[in-house]
Write a protein that binds this ligand. Structure first.
Ligand SMILES: NC(=O)c1ccc[n+]([C@@H]2O[C@H](COP(=O)([O-])OP(=O)(O)OC[C@H]3O[C@@H](n4cnc5c(N)ncnc54)[C@H](OP(=O)(O)O)[C@@H]3O)[C@@H](O)[C@H]2O)c1
Length: 291
């Protein structure tokens, strides 16, 4: 006899009678106990079936493997923790490799040393990876900023696309009006990466454009509580969206966002196949993080 175990809740007994002869169906009730259509066995009392149900409830080993670029940085380390909390397998690439943080979660990450500007040094790390989140970026001279926010990330986008990876999330940055001119290399690099991202990942490319990201930044043994400034500003500015359209100063009024919100939505964007591709501004990040 063919025994089909279906974990269906709420299937009516009338529908069960329409199943072909010889097919035995065990159903899970809303309470998690199993119900059976097999007349030779008493309903709910077959201990072997209960065991089978318990086996099915065991969570499967992680089938998704996320690669966090810059997993030892401020945003990257929160993304790593969020991905672990979601039961995913997580690896990271950065030039210095393992995070200097002495926290237990760091033991569950596979740390790789690699420079995104030298693709040959890390291409093999992409094997088996199902999605990528890039938290690599930084400041310096204009040419350095273009390299790290642009070239390095463009290399990663191209390599991930060549490997057939389906989803790529990039932590970009919002426009800051006239500040863009002072940080030309930074913004040109960000926009160049976004362009490459959307051409290589039209259905699975997501670029976040936050303003100031706050939380506790850990540098060595020091905790820098960025939320002391970020939280009150976030409270005040979250309702000031119309002001963001005011020329020159408007872009400076983008509300800060907590690093945990960025991490939560980034992991969702990397794993949820129906998460919309494209640019997500700070208001979008907040909206998704509240859902
Ligand atoms: N923090 C904010 O308020 C804010 C606001 C808007 C946007 N963003 C963007 O968010 C992203 C993350 O920011 P963050 O504050 O977390 O920066 P962060 O703490 O400085 O982290 C940057 C990470 O990039 C890695 N990295 C730098 N160059 C690399 C290279 N060539 N190859 C491989 N890894 C490299 C660094 O590790 P190694 O040094 O070990 O290589 C580090 O892990 C950046 O793109 C930033 O522009 C941040």
């Amino acid at each position: 006899m063919c025994s089909v175990v279906l974990r269906l809740v709420g299937l009516s007994s009338r529908r069960l009678r329409l199943l072909p002869d010889g097919i035995q169906v065990s159903l899970a009730s809303k309470s998690g106990r199993f119900l059976s259509t097999d007349s030779s066995s008493t309903i709910e009392n077959d201990s072997s079936k209960v065991e089978e149900a318990e086996t099915m409830n065991t969570p499967p080993p992680p089938s998704e493997k996320i690669l966090v670029l810059g997993g030892n940085g401020f945003v990257g380390s929160h993304v790593c923790q969020e991905a672990l909390a979601n039961g995913l397998s997580v690896c990271s690439i950065s030039r210095s490799g393992r995070s200097s943080l002495k926290e237990s979660w760091a033991n569950n990450i596979i740390w790789h040393e690699g420079d995104l500007l030298l693709p040959e040094s890390w291409k093999d790390v992409l094997n088996g990876v199902t999605s990528v989140i890039s938290c690599v970026g930084g400041f310096g001279s204009n040419s350095h900023m273009y390299k790290i926010n642009g070239t390095a990330n463009i290399n990663a986008v191209k390599a991930a696309s060549e490997k057939g990876i389906k989803r790529f999330v990039y932590i970009s940055a919002s426009d800051f009006g006239f500040v863009n001119y002072m940080l030309k290399g930074y913004y040109e690099g960000k926009r160049a990466t976004e362009k490459e991202l959307f051409s290589n990942f039209p259905y699975g490319g997501v670029a976040f454009r936050p303003g100031f990201i706050h939380g506790t930044r850990k540098v060595g043994n020091m905790n820098i509580p960025l939320s002391l400034i970020g939280s009150p500003l976030e409270m005040v500015l979250q309702h000031a969206k119309p002001l963001s359209r005011v020329p020159i100063v408007g872009p400076l009024l983008a509300p800060p966002v907590h690093v945990k919100s960025v991490a939560k939505v980034a992991v969702r964007a990397a794993t949820d196949q129906v998460f919309p591709p494209g640019i997500i501004d700070v208001y979008g990040i907040k909206r998704f993080s509240n859902n």
